[in-house]
Design a binder for this molecule. Structure first.
Ligand code: C2E
Ligand code: MG
Ligand code: MG
Length: 566
């Protein structure tokens, strides 16, 4: 791999001092020995020659001893000097090794977060001095967690190593590269500011390189990346001098923008992205606080037996009653809660409230709740749910868990074991949003679902769209064939209802029967003796409290398009 660990600090002063000390000692020994050797040698030498040639008396034995001792000292001094040199070499190597370990990531050999930031600071300072521009790149692998979950951490590590090789090969040789998080890399280098399309080219090449399939442990794995770019000559609002932290933060914001735009793309930082980021941070903070303050509340949507028009139960749909944002749709807060690891707490909170509410209903009415794919991965989920049921003293057979079809795609084995544990407790499990997640018929047969819900996109459009009608028909037949009860969601009009009647005994829900409503409104409606079970026409008024928060720009629904510099 290319050297990406440029920018080490120089040798430590301790090492330099000790080296000097050894030099002085060694020099002293050698100089003293040489002086003595010359002094004694000048006396002993001629006397020895005289005694050999003219049979004169030999040198004085004291001088001879001093001369021999002097030779011994030279030999001893030399060997000690060699020994010290070797010790220093060893110590230097150990220090180098320790420093490398402290400054680099052992898996990829890239700089770690701290040393990367230090090196980028030095690079920015040098670039500013020379009138050059530096660019920072934040590179985050998309959905890398899934690679670990599906294939294990060993394969994940090998893939990270392969990605790091590709990153190093795609960037300029002089680039600083760091691994600053599990699946997050950063790079920085100076470039010709008049040619920023060259950086676009580097980013495209990098995306292409990472996106190529890699063979790891005999499995072909594909992973993509999202890249954020920021340049050091961008005008600063606060006029603060730009440092590594600020530059990387901008690249990070641009990287998150790329994620929201559908991943596998790159974006340059622009000032308005920071506003989006602030909004996102507010949302995250609001969600964390909102859970603790009980701001997440259940709303309920009727579920009807289409043939008899009889109410069979309710689906609980969470709403965030935020003092700051108003009523917020789950389409917005669920993904954010998932990404900040707050989904389990949020979900348990609203399910607990829903169980309390449902206890007050007629005991024949069921309660359906949705769970996130992340909860499906929690091996303790079934136990947690059981605890909630026991605490609420709610009969398990009245509870239905809705698992979206996309969950199955992520991990069938986990889904199978969770469904089995839930069913053992008497809880029913239905497959939500069927038709959107490409689950195979074999999977459907092998997983013991208690029902299938046809996705609302097909149901609501079945009158005007022949394809939707054909899909609804096929799913209804499939349900009959597999003996699985079917629920059609998204019934908005009497025409759709009429069309669905042909399928006999199926359940349905949708705005035709009313918008989801909060617990108190629902309780009043249930208690009303002359309530109409199933309105015959028209869509009831939207409750003002059910108006969802409109997300800024692209925050809620990422377009599935490849991102480029805007
Ligand atoms: P879902 O489970 O498929 O719920 C049905 C969604 O369709 C609800 O949106 C509901 O308000 C909407 N809907 C119902 N009837 C109609 C109709 O006739 N026409 C149209 N256009 N829409 C209709 P909502 O409440 O915004 O929920 C969206 C999704 O958020 C839900 O889809 C569910 O997947 C998720 N969700 C809701 N509550 C929770 C929760 O507590 N936990 C988790 N993990 N997900 C939840
Ligand atoms: Mg649902
Ligand atoms: Mg659904």
């Amino acid at each position: 791999m290319k050297a990406a660990v440029a920018g080490y600090a120089g040798d430590s002063s301790d090492t330099v001092d000790s080296e000097r000390q050894v030099d002085v000692v060694a020099l002293g020994i050698v100089t003293a020995a040489i002086l003595l050797f010359v002094a004694t040698g000048s006396i002993v030498g001629p006397k020895v020659v005289d005694s050999l040639l003219h049979r004169a008396p030999g040198p004085d034995s004291f001088i001879l001893d001093a001369f021999l001792l002097n030779i011994a000292i030279i030999i001893f001094g030399w060997s000690r000097y060699r020994q010290l040199c070797e010790e220093i070499q060893l110590r230097k190597a150990a220090e180098r090794q320790a420093r490398r370990m402290a400054e680099t990531d052992p898996l990829t050999g890239f700089l770690n977060r701290r040393s990367f930031n230090d090196s980028v600071n030095r690079m920015i300072a040098a670039a500013t001095e020379n009138g050059q521009t530096a660019v920072a790149m934040m590179i985050d692998l998309d959905d890398f967690k899934q690679v670990n979950d599906f294939n294990g951490h060993n394969t994940g590590d090998l893939l990270l190593r392969e990605c790091s090789r590709r990153i190093a090969a795609s960037l300029p040789k002089y680039a600083l590269i760091g691994r600053i998080g599990g699946d997050e890399f950063a790079a920085a280098f100076v470039f010709d500011s008049a040619r920023d399309e060259a950086i676009d080219q580097v980013a495209s090449t990098l995306l292409e390189a990472i996106g190529k399939s890699a063979r790891i442990n005999a499995i072909d794995i594909k992973v993509t990346a999202s890249i954020g770019l920021a340049r050091s000559d961008i005008p600063r609002i606060d006029d603060e001098p730009l440092d590594a932290r600020a530059l990387l933060e901008m690249a990070d914001i641009a990287m998150y923008h790329a994620k929201r735009q559908g991943r596998n793309g790159f974006y340059w930082f622009e000032a308005q992205m920071a506003d989006e980021m602030r909004f996102r941070t507010e949302l995250e903070r609001g969600i964390r606080q909102g859970i603790a303050r009980g701001e997440f509340v259940p709303f309920y949507e009727q579920q009807i037996d289409l043939q008899t028009g009889e109410l069979t139960g309710f689906e609980m749909l969470a709403r965030w009653n935020s003092p700051y944002f108003g009523i917020v749709s789950p389409e917005i807060f669920i993904p954010v809660a998932e990404s900040i690891g707050a989904i389990a707490a949020l979900s348990e909170n609203v399910i607990a409230q829903a169980l309390e509410d449902a206890k007050t209903w007629d005991s024949r009415l069921t309660l359906a709740v949705n769970i996130s794919p992340l909860q499906l991965r929690d091996p303790w989920f079934a136990q947690k749910l059981l605890r909630l049921l026991i605490e609420a003293n709610f009969p398990p057979h009245r509870l239905e868990i809705e698992i979206t079809e996309s969950c199955l795609h992520q991990n069938v084995a986990q889904a199978r074991s969770l469904i089995a544990s839930l069913k053992n407790q008497g809880i029913k499990v239905t497959l939500d949003d069927f038709g959107t997640g490409y689950s195979s018929l074999a999977q459907l047969r092998s997983l013991p679902f208690d029902g299938i819900k046809i996705d609302r996109s097909f149901v609501s459009s079945l009158v005007e769209n022949k394809d939707s009608a054909a899909i609804v028909h096929a799913i209804a037949m499939l349900g009959k064939g597999l003996d699985l009860p079917i629920t059609a969601e998204g019934i908005e009009t009497g025409d759709v209802l009429e069309h669905l009647m042909q399928y006999g005994r199926i359940k349905g829900q949708g705005y035709f029967y009313g918008r989801p409503r909060p617990a108190r409104e629902l309780a009043e409606w249930l208690e009303c003796p002359d309530r109409e079970p199933a309105p015959k026409s028209g869509i009831p008024d939207i409750s003002p409290r059910d108006t969802p928060l409109v997300p800024p720009d692209d925050l809620a629904a990422p377009e599935k398009k490849r991102a480029h510099r805007t």
